[in-house]
Design a protein around this ligand. Sequence first.
Ligand code: GAP
Length: 492
Amino acid sequence: MNIDEITSYCRRRGLVFPTAEIYGNYSGFYDYGPVGVEISNNIKNLWWKTFVQSREDVTGINGSIITHPKVWEASGHIASFTDPLTECAKCHKRWRADHVISDALKKPIEGLKIEELTKLIQKNNIKCPDCKGALGVVQNFNQMFTTNVGAVEANTAYLRPETAQSIFVNYKPVMDSTRMKPPFGIAQIGKAFRNEISPRNFLFRLREFEQMEIEYFIQKKQLSECAYFDEFKDLKVNVLSEKEQHKGITTNSIMTISKALKEGVFNSEWHAYWTAIFYKWYLNLGVNPENLRVRQHVKEELSHYSAGTVDIEYNYPMGWKELQGVADRTTYDLTQHELFSKEKLEYFDEETRKKEILYVAAEPSVSVERIFLTLLFEGLKEEKERTVLKIHPLLAPYKIGIFPLVNKDALPVKAREVFKELSAEYNCFYDDSGSIGRRYRRQDEIGTPYCITIDFDTIKDNAATLRDRDTMKQERVKIKDLKEIIRKKLIQ
Ligand code: GAP
């Protein structure tokens, strides 16, 4: 399915709506509907369970969206968090210069300076995509949204463009209160805001989105001491290295994580490990291995804080694009905050009696919305007789649809009894309208993995029909066994 079909499916089936639609288009902002909010919550809960609660070495925080403005001075976002902008001289529409050029030349444009982008526009005579007017000189445009705090207008503050900084400024109180020792990570899920010049592709590039990030802190001497590396060293991944991109190669090579590390795709074992564990997570969630790759950033496109970044990219209908980034942020952020706050942020090693600024060996960072969109591209299928969302059962908005065969006699009472029992553990959907076939189709379309039909025999034998979304097979099961059967299916 293409992006327009996915957008219209989301609108129709209650996953995602354009925000405040009654007032017209408001680019870059979307609202989750009843089905979408469940999927989004499930993504966040599974991420948190997998990467925070199930690990001894990662703990979580939830920082405020507006924080001290000094944070953004120290982090470099006020000076460097910019995108290249070009304006049409005729219609005055503003465009993201690298995107307009890349669309016109039909090739990726990464990491060029604004002067080089201006030259490309002029050399190739690239015009405004809307009105064909002349495009102006490319300028840097800061992506942070500003607001004022308190009654004084001059008190400018910023909506955070990344959740990461809340982690850096809380690193000390977290360490003091939890007594965590490196290597350890601090995780956060929360809203981030970017005044994107041209938000596009539905949920892919938004102005308001939710990030899930981990900052993984180590002592520099631990860079090659990742205790979990062996578990992932033989994982085969598609790779597009910096070297290959410099040669103009755009096809992926398949290699193991350890070979990619040897070839310099990753900066350290930790950097490789945190990429591998997420790559595997996406595969486990059902992403087709052919649609996933690790692309190393070329030097020119690295963010101001990064000594090396790889993106886990997905092959979207609009091309290979970043699903998640994994950056080696070095000691950059903590050093900057120490400098600007004048507070000591060093770690004291009790064994060596030495102090040092901890090193962020890996920052895995992704938005809920990019995962959401990726899973729709992977899972939404038009089959002969139905539209079905083959999303991983753990992420499905409802786990079970419960239907009385007919809406009379003792059947609705029995069906509501089953609903009450199962909904204590699983999010269930009760539906008593239309034919059973129609009810199955409706649940297929929103990804409900299991449906239970209560019929006249149920009243006698306390058994019901359990139907599987993917195989459409039906089996007769005892109602008292349902909870356990579903539990086993969900953890398969
Ligand atoms: N703290 C690092 C950081 O923010 P980034 O590559 O700018 O790095 C990380 O963003 C992730 O956040 C991306 O991989 C993507 O999943 C998500 N993301 C970034 N900008 C986004 C946008 N405008 N809309 C939706 N998701 C976005």
